[in-house]
Design a binder for this molecule. Structure first.
Ligand SMILES: Nc1ncnc2c1ncn2[C@@H]1O[C@H](COP(=O)(O)OP(=O)(O)OP(=O)(O)O)[C@@H](O)[C@H]1O
Length: 525
């Protein structure tokens, strides 16, 4: 910090470099905690700026984001910046103000005005700061993986128990707002992050395993096995007669799914929050392919002669009539669920400690056309937003959600299209993405057209054959196995990788990890 107690951008840049330079979670948490403590002090040193503003700016920059979601500044504008300044003098407040101004710009001559504003900002930045700003604007610093470390760091900086900060982070679905609230208001700031009927909660997520026995080893036994339906995740909130239905990404789709509204209104309670899956079934009860459910929920109109009916199934309950149930273990939550929701609205379930019985249940689910099963620990609370070992999915086909790192210009029939994708998995320890292979298999003409356009919009860098993109696009890949491959940085590559679908509902933080891929390669521990 400068002598006057004003937070300089250079301090954020130095901390960010230190974070990238260590693999240790503890060190990362210490670095962040140090900077956050300074940020809170500096907030009060600048009475002209609202108390929490400096803290909020620092927290968002460390997460690789800007407070202004869109700045209008394109890749080209960032390429030729003016000469860097020799000395660090930019404050975070000045940088934030410059981006706020950029975000507001519109109308005639906007390109030239943007260019001038970017030049003015970059002209005041040192070479390191210019690099940092460029990464911030292009989204290349975005690090969902820092969310967990951020909670640790805030606990250190404030002395508030980590569990409380984690719980609030889960309910809010992001670390930054919680960090800002407790750093500026203390423990009282946590009160605003409780469960509220009507407001979406980040859904609990699952790890994966290749066999039932491996899944049971993760959850502990006995465990509950449930069919894994390949539809879309729904979270239904009822408050009196008012029902709201959210997707996995907490988009409100109530108007598109009247079936869910009817099903929830039929239940005998006034306030309810349920977690479940919505799926299109054929008249014989077998599931339609995922695309059928997906297209029904993606369109605005839910009526008309061609409308495919959807069937909701519920597998968890988070709230009933004034009682938050998230903190109960899953056995107790299931008792609440079974009392409220009739059996035909619940996902078929088996509680067992026997891998052979579990295997039979899995085979039956697959024979009936389902994706596989979810194996669930009986003892865990509802871990909103977490991919812990409380839920473990076992599927018939291996799939991974990977990040598109780049795409190559195609040859022959694919000339003029961006085709071969470079695929990356997330390294849990560093938060970085590691390349695992390439594929163009499974890409339809429609997908080729879509990705050629989309990837050019989010290009971060190009060379003759390859367009490197910002880390935004998640793609679901099927593959036959993992093989040793010295050509790739992780020493392994996917066999027969093929594209199943783009996952616009997922963010880079949801991408499967290199550690998961390694355990598929080597088998479970
Ligand atoms: N019985 C069930 N319990 C929990 N989730 C279920 C169940 N049946 C289907 N699902 C779906 O499986 C998903 C859990 O897998 P995961 O958390 O990995 O999300 P995902 O990556 O979207 O899943 P996937 O890509 O494997 O379909 C849930 O989001 C939900 O949509």
């Amino acid at each position: 910090m400068s002598d006057t107690g004003i937070m300089l951008l250079s301090e954020v840049v130095t901390t960010s470099a230190a974070l990238a330079g260590t693999r240790s979670r503890l060190k990362k948490a210490e670095f962040i905690a140090g900077l956050l403590s300074k940020a809170t002090e500096s907030s009060s040193a600048q009475p002209a700026v609202t108390g929490s503003a400096v803290t909020e700016i620092v927290v968002t920059y460390l997460s690789g984001e800007l407070r202004q979601r869109r700045t209008g500044v394109g890749w080209r504008t960032l390429q030729d910046a003016p000469e860097p300044a020799a000395e660090a003098s930019l404050t975070v407040v000045a940088v934030d103000a410059a981006f706020a101004e950029l975000a507001e710009m519109s109308g005639t001559g906007v390109q030239a005005r943007r260019r001038a504003a970017v030049d003015a900002l970059f002209g005041r930045a040192t070479a390191d700061e210019q690099w940092f700003l460029r990464q911030l604007v292009s989204g290349e610093l975005r690090q969902g993986a820092l969310d967990g470390v951020m909670a640790d760091a805030v606990a250190r900086a404030t002395g508030i128990p980590l569990g409380k900060i984690r719980a609030a982070t889960m309910l809010r679905g992001a670390a930054a707002p919680v960090a800002v609230a407790v750093l500026t208001e203390g423990e009282a700031g946590l009160a605003q992050f409780g469960l509220e009927v009507g407001r979406g909660v980040q859904p609990m997520l699952a790890q994966s395993a290749t066999t039932i026995a491996e899944a049971l080893a993760k959850t502990g036994t006995p465990a509950a096995l449930e069919w894994k339906l390949d539809g879309i995740r729904i979270q239904a909130h009822r408050n009196g007669d008012h029902v709201v239905v959210y997707t996995r990404t907490l988009d409100d789709i109530t108007a598109r799914v009247p079936e869910v509204v009817t099903a929830v209104r039929a239940l005998d309670a006034r306030q309810i929050v349920l977690d479940g899956e919505l799926i299109a079934l054929r008249p014989d009860g077998r599931p339609e392919p995922f695309q059928v459910t997906g297209s029904r929920t993606a369109t605005r109109s839910a009526t008309g002669p061609d409308t495919v009916p959807l069937t909701p199934y519920f597998f968890d309950i988070l709230h009933q009539d004034g009682q938050d149930l998230l903190g109960l273990d899953s056995t107790a939550r299931h008792e609440w669920l079974a009392k409220l929701v009739p059996e035909e609205r619940r996902v078929p379930r088996l509680v067992t400690d026997d891998a052979a019985a579990g295997q039979e249940f899995f085979a039956d689910a697959v024979r009936r056309g389902h994706e596989g099963v979810m194996v669930k620990s009986l003892t865990v609370p509802y871990e909103a937003g977490r991919r812990g070992s409380g839920w473990v999915k076992v599927k018939q086909t291996h799939t991974l959600d990977l990040l598109v790192l780049a795409a190559e210009w195609g040859h022959g029939r694919r000339t003029g299209w961006l085709s071969n994708l470079h695929l990356g998995a997330r390294d849990e320890e560093t938060g970085e993405f590691v390349m695992l292979g390439k594929t163009f298999k499974g890409l339809t003409d429609e997908l080729l057209r879509w990705q050629t356009e989309r990837f050019q919009e989010i290009a971060a860098r190009r060379d003759d054959w390859v367009v490197y993109v910002r880390p935004e696009i998640v793609v679901e890949i099927a593959f036959d196995g993992v093989q040793t491959s010295p050509r790739y940085p992780a020493g392994m590559a996917l066999r027969f990788a093929r594209v199943l679908r783009y996952r616009e509902d997922k963010s880079p933080a949801d991408v499967d990890t290199i550690q998961t891929v390694r355990s598929i390669h080597l088998g479970p521990d």
